[in-house]
Design a protein around this ligand. Sequence first.
Ligand code: BDP
Length: 696
Amino acid sequence: EDGYDLWLRYPPLEADTRERYRPQLRQLVIPERERSQTLQAIERELVRGVGGLLASAPELRERIEGDGFVLVATPQTSRAIRGAGLPLRDLGDEGYLIRSATLDGHKGTVVAANTERGLLYGSFHLLRLLQTNTPLADVDIASQPRIGLRLLNHWDNLDRTVERGYAGQSIWDWWNLPDLLDPRYTDYARANATLGINGTVLNNVNASADSLTPRYLAKAAALADVFRPYGIRVYLSARFSAPVEIGGLDTADPKNPKVQRWWKDKADEIYRVIPDFGGFLVKANSEGQPGPQDYGRSHAEGANLLARSLAPHGGVVMWRAFVYQQDNPEDRAKQAYSDFVPLDGQFDDNVIVQVKNGPIDFQPREPFHPMFGAMPSTPLMMEFQITKEYLGFASHLAYLGPMYEEVLRADTFVKGAGSTVAKVIDGNLHNHRLTGIAGVANIGSARDWTGSIFNQANWYVFGRMAWNPELGAEAIAREWLQITFGRDPRILETGLAMMMASRQAVVDYMTPLGLAHLMATGHHYGPGPWVSDLARPEWNPAYYHRADRNGIGFDRTSEGSDAVSQYAPAVAKQFASRSAVGDDLLLWFHHLPWDYPMPSGRDLWEELAHRYDRGVQAVGKMRTQWRSLEPLIDAGRFDKTARLLAVQEREAQWWRDASIAYFQSVSRRPLPEGVSPPPETLEYYKAVEYPWAPGH
Ligand code: BDP
């Protein structure tokens, strides 16, 4: 086992379970499959999956011929489904039913849907039922996605480096495309289809205009052909200045008719080679990227320019709201809202604004982004990061399910209690039909895809929550553990405890109590709370923690930057209150004296030191827990995880030591009782450098 199989693992189930399932899964009936690539993909997966799990392949039949059938069909492909009176109407074009049924006098199971894509998702769900030992008798499941666009964003460059990628090179072998099609592309599509992911942005948001040239469009088209049977559409990041760089124009001004013409022609050209092209993702006027503001135009004018070129073909523009400007004295956490909220109502119908989960940048913990709920006339989509740029790269174990859950369940209160972020992005709150969620992929060419076995769980949980943002992180972890490591209750119990504690552990040893962005320069990996010499103030950790002799934290109340005022009044009130905000976000919103009394009975300084210690201890515990599973897990996957946990413990200690050394140098307070002094001097930690780290 080297992890390549992800959750597409179909090792034989225990003998008694196989015997239980076998009579229910005798024949596989997929009418008209010779005509459709999607139906053939379904057939292949079910034969492989059921065959593997039951250690004998089902018989393929043209029609139901006895008990124990699995019929996979739409009303168009099967008379039996047409006549069965199934409630398919409300399932849309991606939903499905899995039901026990008696058809043509025989007992069996149907996977039914309005479309072949629905069948694909239903078939994968059926396999998941088997992988998790769920009984099939009297099964009755109806499911459909709550969110329309469920996308991965690859920050992959054309030279195969991956921005913030920690799992090797890009999986897209641009050089050899379109002539060589790595079988990985198909496995990628299978893995995503299992989760219901239905789109992928192939290239980095810091985009090269080259990806829009005919040579690269042909490569993207080849990938689109591989993905199409699996219900996955291809999208591209578009560079706003492409009309200048590859179009020979001297401007990219949205108001210029030649620019408008250029984008229209470009869209027509793309749709000629990729007829179901999804659309563009755009990072504009952000971190040095070109954009409409270069010409005095707004984000809406920029987005609409591209949107109008795609509209005739049904494509969408995902316009990112990750903006903060050089020399803007406004709190960085406020800038995206300030830029975008006034534009509410000005975006075309096929524009959706893509907002990161928090107002700064994928920190181990942030409050939800204040734009959620604040632009009722504009569809907003979520951008989560799956790759762990600020959470220990691929080296540290941090299950992100609890973080996604925390954000999706956060209540914006914009329409009273219950106005959760999930309801903003699924379109419920403000009645939007265009809805979306994106995850910045953690996938690379590493044999295990994501750089560690446990990182696979983050891809998995993203996909499952994209389908249904109300699923719980714990239930998904349980499911993933069973599929990944088997159904031994000891693995389940211990693995679950590790996963569910892991993200808080990272928060504690890196950025406890609402601190953020304390990483050293260049790599976002190790500690650098002392850094204060970078050109832009908001690139410096010191900007975020504001620690001095008297206290620590960023005052975002009305006395400070007033970022709280960007939230609905009920939320603003909570965040502005030292006692109501809670420990987790305390220093995000408040600057407090070191002796501020905490609910634990400690003062703030003591609490900070305690949290650092707690984080290190939690990693130590994960290591012990993992060790206890050694007899139950194959050597390859056990050993790799054990080694990475050893790295994590060493580095959690480093984070703790360096941070305590620094904050003590500022607070000048004695170490609380029981807290051991860092073994090295502050100068030592400051001098630790990485000449190179992955992911640039
Ligand atoms: C930051 C990354 C940077 C990305 C940027 C973005 O450090 O590499 O380009 O976000 O999202 O997190 O555009």
